[in-house]
Design a protein around this ligand. Sequence first.
Ligand code: UGA
Length: 436
Amino acid sequence: MKICIIGSGYVGLVTGACFADLGNNVICVDKEAVKIRKLKAGIIPIYEPGLQEMVRRNIKELRLTFSSKINEAVRKSEVIFICVGTPSKDNGDADLSFVENVSRQIALSMPSYRLIVEKSTVPVHTGEWVERTINIFNKRNMKFDVASNPEFLREGSAIKDFMNPDRIVLGVKSKKASDILTELYKPLNAPIVVTDIKSAEIIKHASNSFLATKISFINAVSDICDKSGADIVEVARGMGLDKRIGKDFLDAGCGFGGSCFPKDLSAFIRISEKLGYDFALLKEAQKINEYQKKLLVKKIEEMLWNLPKKTIGILGLAFKPNTDDIRYAPALDIIAMLSREGARIKVYDPEAMPNARLALSRLGAAKGVEFCKDAYQVSKNSDCLAVLTEWNEFKELDFRKIKKSMRQAAIVDGRNIYDPVELKKIGFRYTGMGRR
Ligand code: UGA
């Protein structure tokens, strides 16, 4: 099929590359001309395992092209995916001005029937607004369909998730739209849920909110484990084996971040509010997530008594491993809190250092932060190590060597990646999140 993807961010780029790899002709569009120039040269602006190779392969095989001209791309494509950003406004609402803009431009460019698919995460009723907007600007009266096809891929495993989805959700109003999208996704051999557009839109927000709540639930239980002397890793294992609960997303830690959960939780709370429902459960999930970051700082304080002039070594800045993304990463807030307390900070992350440097400067928290070349340099003369992202390379460190170089041998394991017994045997004071 001839496909056009509008918005070459995380979701757009992965979607475009994967559809091209499945044999379709794809044009990825973005309004940033510099980004498009780089993409044409096979330079990917994000770190995502396997993406660069896939993009380059499909450029070479002429199935994937890039453009900054929406009108041209819309003219050449039968299916148009809207993958633009829907950032949070100050009040938690999703800002849909990019979606509106793109809808208008699509309407002005359609030369014949087009299927317009929203893939960006959008509030319920957005499909209706897209349709209304296209109708207003569709001066030549071209036939079109609007559909909703939310994406469930995760950063760090985006290609694998796209190619092996648990389900594909298609929110449609016509059989034609359903047929086109079913055909497009056929090679993935995954269960397809064909439903109405509003239900599809809610499936996305409800899924992300449920997962975020699951994490906050286990984080709350981890606090009970801390207070009672139980071990959260054991508790989660015992709970997760129940198929109705499931073992995924039961890892307690210093909180969830990223460009999706925090934003989507706020958006779903606002959507509910506007529809007349106070989603207190989700507000509590948000509160618990904020508490986890403060709790981690409190744990460091408990290790070191006073924070001023102590050196804290931070391992991990990205909001999760295998990405350079630091949006809403717990590390940013934790570093800001520690700096305010007068601690000195050394940091290392395998991929996210450039992004973190920028973000910390914007927060006014970069002063006094030393960016190191690896975990060993971070450890040198530190009073406490804090693990904030569970990168694999942190799991295999030489802790005897680290202990010798630290001023005090103390670890706050914000992602529960170490065996407390082993570290204590080496001589560390250890605390995790819900285990000691
Ligand atoms: C999330 C969803 O998992 C995807 O299904 C969805 O498509 C995506 O948002 C989106 O809406 O675009 P992502 O934000 O990439 O994906 O990352 P996750 O792997 O879900 O992790 C989110 C955060 O939760 C991370 O900070 C991670 O450290 C934290 N987390 C995750 C935990 O603290 N504990 C867990 O058990 C799992």
